[in-house]
Design a protein around this ligand. Structure first.
Ligand SMILES: *Cc1c(COP(=O)(O)O)cnc(C)c1O
Length: 493
């Protein structure tokens, strides 16, 4: 994905002071940023949905970074929880020897109770520091499960094209966000294969009239056939995001797809790992995105909205079926990180999750999400370059196309997604851009993923500004096409 060059100021112009020509030599930052030629905006303070930049400009954060800040920025209760934890003096302990109330309670909170994973047989929580680490943990745990069962031939994973599972070598090799992987093809495991994305707008045979259900059925059959081809006795797990996040822009699977996938996994004794790092923890209007698919995974990974940005935390919830096998086997998970279940991180995260539950914020997310959806439809459905609006809860993707009739994308050189994001940012609203939406090179989208406590007024303001940005971009693109003669129409008389 092209978020590497998505915004910021040219390094040359930073601090160059008084107007054109004054560009003095500027010391490059010591920090290695995503881009070596652009400096990201420096943010000096944040509160709720607003970021205040160093320059004094205020920006509305309509995407919470990458759908991370579910509570908004600068929450006082979370600050107090962090301070309380640090005041005990217990900021770090080694998890081999010690545990903390903060970590134990956080796990309880996610497993037990009316909303927890326990309802689905998910009975243990494991905390790490990033989504990629959570995915690596899930891959290793899944392998260990079969290792302990003596099924040593199980070495393969099956995932899907156009999906993102993280940036570490393990997580990267099961993902297929192609632009992010290109230099590291040499690390690619030959034990991973990828299925067709469950992305009806671009991958169904809509031109031939294929329905959503037929598309789902076709993909499930594809998975079944593929497993037969490679030998299901060699496969550890199927891996999927219930809603594909950054790669294709909040894409839910077609109706019936995940039920079919679960059945195929069961038929061949293959584990199902759902990556809910972006779409989970309430983002789609239920605590877990899989609840809306009426299936249960064997492992679910969670991240972004788990800590809401207050600490670098992610994790996995593990089904009883796996724990039981470990229990009868080695009785341990053969994995660990120095900072796993970090006390300060867990205290911050527990505070975030308690607030979400106390204030019924996930219900609010579902409700406000319906409002946002109708607002987006009303505002954009007739827009010339808006091909598809999709999502759930407060997780919405707008896919831009050059031609709505054929669903053809803009050529990548147009940079539609990035230009849209930077125009919206200039007008005061931050959205999360994406390109390579369709296949890793073609396609553009933008994600709106505001905090769960966003108000209807704020949503109106966001959509209003985003439409202004869109209108400007539409005009720029049409003007450029006029200049190059592309829009000349032959008059028929
Ligand atoms: C962000 C993300 C990851 C990786 O999480 P990091 O915290 O960036 O390592 C994995 N899977 C999905 C679906 C994500 O959106």
């Amino acid at each position: 994905m092209s978020t590497n060059d998505h915004h910021g100021e040219d390094i040359e112009s930073i601090g160059s002071g008084s107007g054109p020509g004054a560009a003095a030599a500027v010391t490059p930052p010591a920090l290695l940023h995503r881009s070596l030629h652009q400096q990201p905006y420096k943010v000096s303070s944040a509160k709720g949905i607003y970021l205040t930049l160093d320059s004094g400009r205020v920006v509305m954060d309509a995407c919470g970074g990458a759908a991370v800040t579910c509570l908004g920025h600068g929450n006082d209760e979370v600050l107090q929880a962090v301070t309380r934890q640090m005041n005990t003096g217990v900021s770090y302990l080694h998890s081999l020897t010690y545990t903390t109330e903060a970590a134990e309670q956080l796990a309880r909170h996610l497993i037990d109770g009316p909303h927890g994973g326990g309802r689905f047989g998910l009975e243990k929580a494991y905390f790490v520091n990033s989504g990629s680490e959570a995915m690596d943990a899930a891959l290793k745990l899944a392998r260990q499960y079969f290792f302990e069962l003596g099924q040593l031939d199980k070495t393969r994973f099956v995932a899907r094209r156009q999906s993102y599972h993280g940036t570490t070598i393990g997580a990267m090799t099961v993902g297929s966000n192609l632009p992010r992987k290109a230099p590291y093809a040499c690390f690619q495991l030959d034990t991973v294969s990828w299925m067709t994305p469950a992305y009806a707008y671009q991958y169904s045979n809509w031109k031939q009239g294929e329905t959503e259900e037929q598309f789902a059925e076709r993909l499930v059959q594809e998975l079944d056939r593929h497993l037969q081809d490679i030998g299901p006795e060699k496969v550890i797990a199927f891996i999927a995001e219930p809603l594909v996040g950054a790669t294709s822009g909040c894409t839910p699977a077609p109706h019936g797809y995940f039920k079919g996938v679960r059945q195929v996994c069961d038929k061949y004794s293959i584990l199902l790992i759902l990556d809910e790092i972006m779409c989970g923890m309430g983002r789609t209007g239920t605590l877990f995105a899989f609840e809306q698919e009426h299936i249960v995974p064997d492992i679910v990974t969670i991240g972004k909205g788990l800590g809401g940005g207050y600490s670098p935390i992610a994790g996995m919830l593990v089904h009883k079926k796996i724990i039981d096998v470990l229990q009868k086997g080695t009785s341990s998970f053969n994995h660990g990180h120095t900072y796993q279940a970090h006390p300060v991180g867990c205290a911050a995260t527990l505070a975030v999750q308690k607030i979400l539950r106390r204030d019924a914020m996930i219900d609010n997310c579902a409700l406000r999400g319906q409002f946002l959806h109708s607002l987006l439809l009303e505002t954009f459905q007739h827009a010339k370059y808006v091909g598809h609006i999709r999502g759930r809860g407060l997780f919405w993707g707008i896919e831009f196309v050059k031609d709505k009739a054929t669903r053809a994308s803009f050529p990548p050189a147009v940079g539609f997604g990035i230009r849209f994001q930077s125009l919206a940012f200039e007008l005061g609203v931050a959205v999360y851009p994406g390109s390579g939406t369709v296949d890793g090179s073609r396609g553009d989208h933008a994600i709106l993923s505001p905090p769960y406590n966003v108000t209807e007024d704020e949503l109106r303001k966001i959509v209003h500004v985003v439409k202004l940005a869109y209108d400007r971009l539409e005009k720029d693109i049409d003007d450029a096409a006029d200049e190059s003669g592309q829009n000349k129409v032959e008059t028929p008389y």
